[in-house]
Write a protein that binds this ligand. Structure first.
Ligand code: DAH
Length: 339
């Protein structure tokens, strides 16, 4: 029995030494210590051993088992260590590789221009308000003194939702909505999206943005309008900018004007930007028409005011020297990155 145990011990040591994988090692364990294993067989044959011999042989069996288990543990530990090292080597990271650059978002030229315009008017004490993009005919046209047969009301120019509801063609209806509330005086700008049934080209889009302005108070005169817009132009385009008021017509203002600024590119001598004229048109404006005041419940004998409407895209195209409006709507990151 003693020799058999010695034999088992040596055989196990040999096989453990030769086992190349964790699976092979497990097979070795089963063949010695498992239910049908060699050592288990020895235990089963204990009854053949003389009674006085049993404790000694029993102890020997235990020692053999412990030794086999220890050898297995050692071998297993070494194998796992080797596997770990192999994996770590395979997973090495090359820290000298160039990093992937994250594409950062950019503010849109329209957003930059609008924030600049808002900053200027807020500095002059104006409030920023908003109105709905889906608007009633009444606010978009009627209350603004635009007659039923005005060409702007034609379906060729205006997107109608139904007979009475439309996509606003201008931000001017916000004037009416603010005046209707009856809180005077008023100093506000109303930026927002407007819609017109226009074909897309370098200077047109069916959807663009305007910034409406409205001031209503006692004793507001055309001089206030001129001074305000001249100051606005200087802050936006530079101190040396000159403004020119050209008589014009808008149904909701009287008198009305269009405002040109001296070309900030050529300083007035004529270039590609100002199409050789030295001047660039930037907005429409005028004194609020008495009819509009009356429709909003404001007494035109007591109050006067001025209004203006700025095309936002026009300003961002000019300010950032972009020559095609379509670029503003494509949102190509390579384009937006430049601002
Ligand atoms: N609503 C006009 C347009 O879309 C622009 C405009 C002109 C607005 C004169 C005004 C104004 O408030 O006084 O063409």
């Amino acid at each position: 029995m003693k020799e058999r145990l010695q034999q088992i011990r040596e055989e196990a040591r040999k096989q453990i030494g030769e086992a190349g994988t964790l699976d092979a090692l497990n097979d070795v364990r089963v063949s010695f210590l498992g239910k049908k294993g060699a050592l288990t067989a020895v235990l089963k044959s204990m009854k053949e051993v003389a009674a006085e011999e049993r404790p000694r042989i029993g102890q020997l069996v235990n020692e053999t088992r412990e030794e086999i288990e220890r050898l297995m543990e050692d071998a297993k530990g070494k194998m796992e260590q080797a596997l770990r090292e192999k994996r770590l080597k395979a997973e090495v990271i090359d820290v000298t590789l160039p990093a992937k650059k994250n594409q950062l978002g950019h503010r849109h030229p329209n957003t930059i221009a609008l924030e600049e315009i808002e900053r200027i008017f807020i500095g002059m004490g104006y409030e920023v308000v908003e109105g709905p993009e889906v608007e009633k005919d009444y606010y978009n046209f009627e209350a603004l003194n635009i007659p039923a047969d005005h060409p702007a009301k034609d379906e060729q120019d205006t997107f109608y939702v139904n007979g009475d509801i439309l996509l606003r063609t201008q931000t001017s209806p916000v004037q009416v909505r603010v005046m209707e509330q009856g809180k005077l005086p008023i100093r506000m700008i109303a930026p927002g999206r407007v819609f017109r049934a226009d074909e897309v080209d370098a200077t047109h889009s069916p959807s663009f943005h305007q910034i409406e302005g409205l001031v209503v108070d006692k004793n507001i005169t055309f001089s206030d309008l001129k001074g305000t817009l001249a100051q606005f132009a200087k802050e936006l385009f530079g101190e040396e900018t000159k403004v020119k008021f050209r008589p014009h017509h808008f149904p909701f203002t009287e008198p009305s004007a269009e405002v040109d600024v001296s070309c900030f590119k050529c300083k007035g001598s004529g270039c590609r930007f100002c199409k050789g004229s030295g001047w660039i048109e930037i907005l429409g404006c005028g004194m609020v028409h008495p009819h509009v005041f009356e429709m909003c419940g404001i007494d035109p004998n007591e109050y006067t005011g001025f209004a203006f409407g700025i095309g936002l895209e026009r300003i961002s195209l000019l300010k950032y020297e972009i020559d095609d409006m379509r670029l503003l709507y494509e949102n190509d990151v390579r384009f937006l990155q430049q601002f």
